[in-house]
Design a protein around this ligand. Structure first.
Ligand SMILES: C[S@@+](CC[C@H](N)C(=O)[O-])C[C@H]1O[C@@H](n2cnc3c(N)ncnc32)[C@H](O)[C@@H]1O
Length: 265
């Protein structure tokens, strides 16, 4: 294992939740609620995000987009009108159901593949552009994951990630409820170092996403309460600690990372 790849794996392992906290509650802390990742078409007049722009500029007319860790389709469905087909990979069946509904609503042909990337990659066709939004901090080891993304693109891979681990917004809550501090790493720069160590010609653009348009504070509070290994009756306490105007400020600090296919050797 190369040094940056090993650093990524070691840093990510330090984000493990202590087993005794997991064992103390009936629900698993890990599932992500599909409602938190429901696709909402961007408000009229708001331009493309840098990630959508980088994907669009590489997409041929009526091209095919592959969305890995698709969730509700936030990374791919803004391209719906410009492509002939969207392929979605996700390990969660519930997410793929939400994706399929949103793709129907967007009027784009779509196909779903349930399973973990890169394990399912062999079943998934190659696409013009591969997009992957907010998945990398869930991935260890990172090299085979990124290699399979690269092998599936004819033109470009576009990855969106937060500058810090997406659970960083919960750090003050972990401290508050359990007296636990999670580490600052890995960061965007650690991830980019792995990709560059693989020999990929990676480009990076940092940007700030707008605060989430909320109605979904309840959904976020339910997610946070469960991730924090707290029982349902403590949900109001968690919700009271979130700022309704900007409940997850750190996850708004994001970056778009993109690279092309490997040159044939
Ligand atoms: C944080 S959500 C992001 C969803 C969407 N891409 C977005 O930007 O809103 C991460 C998604 O990736 C999926 N996921 C995480 N690791 C995966 C893996 N190795 N293979 C397939 N899906 C994965 C999860 O089930 C979840 O739906």
């Amino acid at each position: 294992v190369q040094p940056a790849a090993a650093r990524w794996a070691t840093a990510l392992a330090r984000w493990a939740i202590p087993q005794e906290l997991i064992d103390a509650v009936p629900e698993s802390p890990w599932p992500l609620p599909p409602a938190m990742f429901a696709y909402r078409p961007p408000p009229a007049g708001r331009g493309d995000t840098p990630s959508v722009r980088r994907a669009r500029e590489a997409l041929p007319a009526r091209g095919v987009v592959l969305d890995v860790g698709a969730g509700g389709g936030a990374a791919s469905l803004p391209l719906a009108r410009d492509c002939a087909l969207v392929l979605a990979v996700d390990e969660s069946e519930a997410m793929l159901r939400a994706f399929a509904g949103a793709a129907d609503a967007a009027g784009v042909p779509h196909e779903e593949f349930q399973g973990r990337w890169p394990e399912v990659a062999r079943e998934v066709p190659v696409a013009d552009v591969v997009v992957c939004g907010h998945v990398l901090y869930n991935v260890s080891p990172l090299v085979p994951f990124a290699e399979a993304l690269t092998a599936h693109c004819r033109r470009r891979v576009v990855v969106e990630v937060t500058l810090l681990h997406p659970a960083s917004d919960l750090n003050r809550l972990w401290r508050h409820f359990h007296g636990i501090d999670f580490p600052a790493r890995p960061t965007l720069d650690d991830g980019v170092a792995v990709l560059r160590e693989m020999g990929l010609a990676v480009e990076v653009e940092r940007w700030e996403a707008p605060p989430r348009a909320d109605g979904d504070l309840r959904v976020l509070a339910a997610f946070a309460r469960r991730r924090l290994c707290l029982p349902p009756e403590r949900e109001a306490e968690v919700e009271a600690l979130l700022d309704p105007a900007d409940p997850l400020p750190m996850t708004r600090q994001v970056a778009t990372i993109w690279w092309g296919p490997r040159e044939p050797s």
